[in-house]
Design a protein around this ligand. Structure first.
Ligand SMILES: [Zn+2]
Length: 280
């Protein structure tokens, strides 16, 4: 039975020889469930190599995709939310903000910056959905308004990348005022004839759709994005009718005239560049 007896004890690979697979080496698509290498998925602009599903990404990834060599200057980094209403739900609002900050490393649901895209200056405001559902509170509104002012001062085109569940309920009326503030600032941009492109990504809803997201010289979207104002359940209950298939998908919204075109994220940078060249 000597063949059955282990002569040496345990696993003998020395620790320094062990090669561990790093976490997140593989990406599983949440749409088709197929697997691809994380690196390949990233190189493919976070779209699935099998079904072209556009994974939800945040400001960090968009900045890296669009700004040349990921070089940009971030604006108003320090701006953080107050608690004007002393709002408490399951948690006090300041505690929720603090917890979200440490979980996400973000300071609020939008980041703004200026840099170059294919050699031309551009200001980008990109929203982050993982910060309280990408909700628009006073910090989001203020940062967007200031980014638009920067565009105005430097005569630089403005790109807004929206991804939001709508207004931030913990700031109630203060959130709603951001719709008027950002819209007014965009009107100044229009008057100065500085191009504004609005990119709606999955999902863009509520007060964001009802203000700056739909005010672009061009309103464009990524494929398959959910775009709407109220949620489908609310609409169904209000009108008492079943809704059409793919209601509120980017494709449906395009067909009904609310979007100019849908752009694959892999072509985003080049398409934006040629669009802005045309508008200049
Ligand atoms: Zn897929």
């Amino acid at each position: 039975m000597s063949w059955f007896i282990r002569k040496e004890k345990g696993i003998i690979t020395p620790t320094e020889m062990k090669r561990e697979a790093p976490d997140g080496l593989w990406y599983q698509c949440s749409n088709c469930k197929k697997i691809s290498a994380t690196r390949e998925h990233k190189l493919n602009a976070y779209t699935c190599i099998h079904c072209n599903y556009h994974e939800k990404i945040g400001s960090e990834a968009y900045f890296e995709l669009l700004f040349d060599d990921n070089e940009f200057v971030e604006l108003d980094v320090e701006l953080t939310s107050g608690d004007p209403l002393k709002f408490v739900d399951t948690k006090a609002y300041p505690d929720r903000v603090k917890a979200t900050m440490s979980k996400t490393g973000l300071r609020d649901a939008v980041r703004t910056g200026h840099g170059k895209m294919n050699g031309s200056p551009l200001v980008i405001a990109a929203m982050d959905f993982n910060f309280i559902g990408g909700s628009m509170g006073s910090v989001v509104g203020e940062k967007i308004a200031r980014a638009i002012s920067y565009s105005l001062q430097h005569k630089t085109p403005f790109l807004m990348i929206s991804k939001s569940g709508g207004a931030r309920m913990m700031e109630a009326g203060f959130s709603l005022m951001q719709m008027a503030k950002t819209s007014a600032r965009l009107a100044q941009l229009l008057e100065a004839k500085i191009p504004y492109v609005s990119l709606l990504t999955d999902p863009t809803t509520g007060g964001v759709t009802a203000s700056y997201a739909m005010l672009g010289d061009f309103n464009i979207s990524e494929p398959g994005a959910l775009i709407g104002f109220a949620g489908p359940r609310v609409i169904r209950e209000t009108i008492g009718k079943d809704l059409p298939k793919d209601f509120q998908s980017a494709e449906f919204v395009l067909e009904h005239g609310f979007l100019d075109f849908i752009v694959d994220r892999k072509d985003l940078k080049d398409k934006l560049s040629s669009l802005l060249t045309m508008l200049r």
